[in-house]
Design a protein around this ligand. Sequence first.
Ligand SMILES: N[C@@H](CCC(=O)N[C@@H](CS)C(=O)NCC(=O)O)C(=O)O
Length: 206
Amino acid sequence: MHLYNYDPAPNPQRLVYFMKLKGLELPTTQIDLGALEQLKPEYQAINASGTVPCLVIDSGEQLTEVIAICQYLELLHPDTPLMGATALEKAQVLEWDHKIFTTLLSAVADMLRNGNPAFEGRALPGPLNLAQIPALVERGQVRIQHCWDVLNTALEGKDFLVGNSVTLADIDLYVAMNFAGWVRERVPETASNLLAFRDRVKALLD
Ligand SMILES: N[C@@H](CCC(=O)N[C@@H](CS)C(=O)NCC(=O)O)C(=O)O
């Protein structure tokens, strides 16, 4: 197995933390997104979508979505389950993973990629050279504020999003909260459950 990743970027970070909690290490090549190595033909021959992470398994097949890579590693290494223990917990981890990806993480990405000149002509990851849409910056801000409310309520009386121990859902939320800092969107002081959650998960992950 070989992993292509870029540890500082948010989606790769979800996987880095997942593997850290599992105690897993894989041979890894860093694809430097800052140097646009993901756009080079050498990497596109490995992963045509030009995104990281990408896990190439021994058969030569690839997995290019964090959720699929985590699921694969969870099944191969079921000790220290990070994707739920019961049928309901497993479904809840997927539910939160999808929700966080499509709401908070996507809103932060919209703000970053549509507002920062570094992403001109590359407003979405991948091979399409799409123009920025400045209105998505303001929309992203509104979406993020809404997410803080929803997540703060979801964490009322709970240490973790699902069950009684840390899961991929918590990793996703922690990474997305830090990613929001990239666009200077801070969790409001009133969102006390969310702030306590961040400290709790940070102590486990960092
Ligand atoms: N669907 C992918 C998303 C991966 C993704 O968007 N990765 C970003 C880094 S956070 C990327 O590769 N960006 C490349 C680019 O901006 O060209 C997943 O969940 O793994």
